[in-house]
Design a binder for this molecule. Structure first.
Ligand code: HEC
Length: 142
């Protein structure tokens, strides 16, 4: 009997997880809009995607971005799965088509109050933020 209950529980879990993933794109976006002069700014041309990759996967403080946004950029990181609202799914072009490099820069710098997205203005220099924006856009944003 215990085995049956466990099996049913596992199937239910698998089902809810996969149906959640399907609703992860398009994602409702309530992040505050960056001021227009920043939203239209793009400093990624001179930024380093290689350095951005290190920050994203390892060294960004307080937490590596991948903990929430996932190592595939799909918002399915270890911590991210449980968060409401969910971390941005960078692979979702339906959502990301409206998110400029400058908008990403602004939210990474200032955070999104009341969500898991922390402000990084004390822990990352502007140059480092552009590096991580470049890495995300080159890797996943279509
Ligand atoms: C603790 C979990 C967590 C970590 C760590 C985290 N984020 Fe986020 N991030 C979120 C959540 C949650 C949102 C969605 C916020 C919202 O909808 O208001 C988000 C949203 C974003 C957005 C979307 C901006 C927009 O306007 O749509 C970008 C870009 C972003 N994060 C980049 C990063 C980068 C780069 C890092 C690492 C330096 C990082 N995040 C670290 C949870 C996290």
């Amino acid at each position: 009997m215990k085995k049956i209950i466990l099996t049913v529980a596992l199937i239910t879990l698998a089902f809810t997880t996969s149906s959640w993933a399907a609703t992860n794109c398009p994602q409702p976006r309530k992040t505050k809009a960056a001021p227009s002069n920043i939203a239209s700014k793009d400093m990624t041309a001179k930024a380093s995607a290689a350095n951005g990759k290190k920050l994203y996967n390892k060294s960004a403080k307080p937490l590596a971005c991948k903990m929430c946004h996932g190592d595939k950029g799909d918002g399915m990181g270890k911590l991210g799965k449980a968060l409401k609202p969910n971390p941005r799914n960078f692979t979702c072009s339906d959502t990301m088509k409206d998110v400029s490099a400058g908008q990403m820069f602004w939210i990474i710098k200032n955070g999104s109050a009341g969500t898991g997205m922390a402000a990084h203005k004390k822990t990352l220099k502007d140059k480092q933020i552009w590096d991580v924006v470049k890495y995300i856009r080159e890797s996943w944003v279509k």
